[in-house]
Design a protein around this ligand. Structure first.
Ligand SMILES: NC(=O)C1=CN([C@@H]2O[C@H](COP(=O)(O)OP(=O)(O)OC[C@H]3O[C@@H](n4cnc5c(N)ncnc54)[C@H](O)[C@@H]3O)[C@@H](O)[C@H]2O)C=CC1
Ligand SMILES: O=C(O)[C@@H]1CCC=N1
Length: 269
C-alpha cells in the first residue's frame, strides 16, 4: 500500500483487524519517517518512508500481487510512473483515488499488470465500510475478484462498471462526511438550546450512533424507522415537517451532482 493517510490508514486498520487474514506482511510506504515509525515493531506490516528511503515505493511493490494506491488523485500517475518497472507480472494495481480513470493508469502500466479502482470509505477502519469496485479494460474477472475478496474484509462491496464509480464516490465514498456534517450542525443546534459541550455531545452522538446501529440491524427501512418515532399529532411530526419543507431532496441532488462534477474535473487534470 502506497500512502497511509485517512483512507489508506482506515483500509490498513481494517486489514489488520482480528479475524481478517492477509498473506503478509503488508508492505506500506509513507512519505514521512514519522508516519512510518508507529509500525516499527509490527510483525504484520513492513513500513518504509520515501523521505528517508527514496526507493521505498519501488521496493515495496516488488513481489506484491495487489498494490493499493492511496495517495491524492493528482499523485496517482506520478507514483505509477515511479513503480511501473518494479511491478510483478500478473499484479493488480488498485487505485482508491477519486476521478483518476483506469484508462489513464493502464497507459502507464506494463501490459501484464491490471488496473482496478476501488472507492472505499473511512468506516472500513471498523470493518463497516462500503466499497465500490470496478475493473479496467485489461483486468480479468479473476483480477477484479482478487480485489473484491480483499475489500470484503472491510465491509460491504458493490462491483459495477467504472462508468458508475463517480456516483458511488458521491454516495458512499464521501457519504460519511455528510453524516458527520449533520452531527456537527445538530450539535451546534443543541448547544444553542443551552446544553453544554459534553451534554450536547452525549445527546447528539449517542442518538446518531444509536439510530445508525438500529437502522443497520433493523429489517425496517429508514422511512419506517422515522415513522416509528413520529407519533401522529406529536412533537417529532412538527420538527420533521420543518426539515422536509427545507428541501432536502433537492439539496442532496445538488450536493451529489457537485461531487460527481469534481470527480470529472479530477479525471481531466
Ligand atoms: N478520505 C476518504 O474518506 C476517502 C479518500 N479516497 C481517496 O483516497 C486517496 C487518499 O486520500 P486521503 O487518505 O484522504 O488523503 P491523505 O492526505 O490523508 O493521505 C495520503 C497519504 O499519502 C502520503 N503520500 C503522498 N505521497 C506519497 C508518496 N510518494 N509515497 C508514499 N506516501 C505518499 C501522504 O503523506 C498522506 O499520508 C485520495 O486519492 C482520495 O481520493 C477515497 C475514498 C474515501
Ligand atoms: O474528498 C475526496 O476527494 C475523497 C473521495 C471520496 C471521499 N473523499
Amino acid at each position: 500500500m502506497i500512502g497511509v493517510g485517512s483512507m489508506g490508514g482506515a483500509i490498513l486498520a481494517g486489514l489488520r483487524s482480528p479475524g481478517v487474514s492477509v498473506d503478509g506482511p503488508i508492505s506500506i510506504t509513507t512519505r514521512s519517517a514519522a508516519s512510518a515509525a508507529p509500525f516499527a515493531d509490527a510483525d504484520d506490516v513492513v513500513a518504509r518512508a520515501s523521505e528517508t528511503e527514496p526507493g521505498a515505493n519501488r521496493i515495496a511493490v516488488r513481489g506484491a500481487r495487489v498494490v493499493i494506491l492511496a495517495v491524492k488523485p493528482w499523485m496517482i500517475l506520478d507514483v505509477l510512473r515511479e513503480i511501473a518497472d518494479d511491478l510483478e507480472p500478473g499484479a493488480v494495481v488498485v487505485s482508491v483515488a477519486a476521478g483518476v480513470t483506469t484508462g489513464s493508469m493502464e497507459a502507464l502500466l506494463p501490459s501484464d499488470v491490471a488496473a482496478v479502482r476501488a472507492m472505499p470509505n473511512t468506516p472500513s477502519h471498523l470493518g463497516r465500510g462500503v466499497t465500490g469496485v470496478a475493473g479496467g479494460s485489461t483486468a480479468s474477472a479473476d483480477d477484479v475478484d482478487v480485489v473484491r475478496r480483499r475489500v470484503e474484509t472491510l465491509g460491504a462491496v458493490l462491483v459495477r462498471e467504472e462508468g458508475r464509480i463517480n456516483a458511488r464516490a458521491a454516495v458512499s465514498g464521501s457519504g460519511p462526511a455528510y453524516l458527520f456534517l449533520f452531527a456537527e450542525e445538530f450539535t451546534a443546534a443543541a448547544r444553542r438550546l443551552g446544553f453544554d459541550a459534553a451534554e450536547a455531545k452525549l445527546l447528539v452522538e449517542g442518538t446518531v450512533a444509536g439510530a445508525a446501529e438500529l437502522m443497520a440491524r433493523s429489517e425496517e427501512d429508514p422511512a419506517q424507522l422515522r415513522r416509528n418515532v413520529t407519533s401522529p399529532k406529536g412533537t417529532t411530526e412538527r420538527a420533521v415537517e420543518v426539515l422536509q419543507t427545507g428541501g432536502w431532496g433537492e439539496l442532496f441532488d445538488r450536493a451529489l451532482a457537485a461531487n460527481i462534477r469534481r470527480s470529472e474535473e479530477l479525471a481531466a487534470e
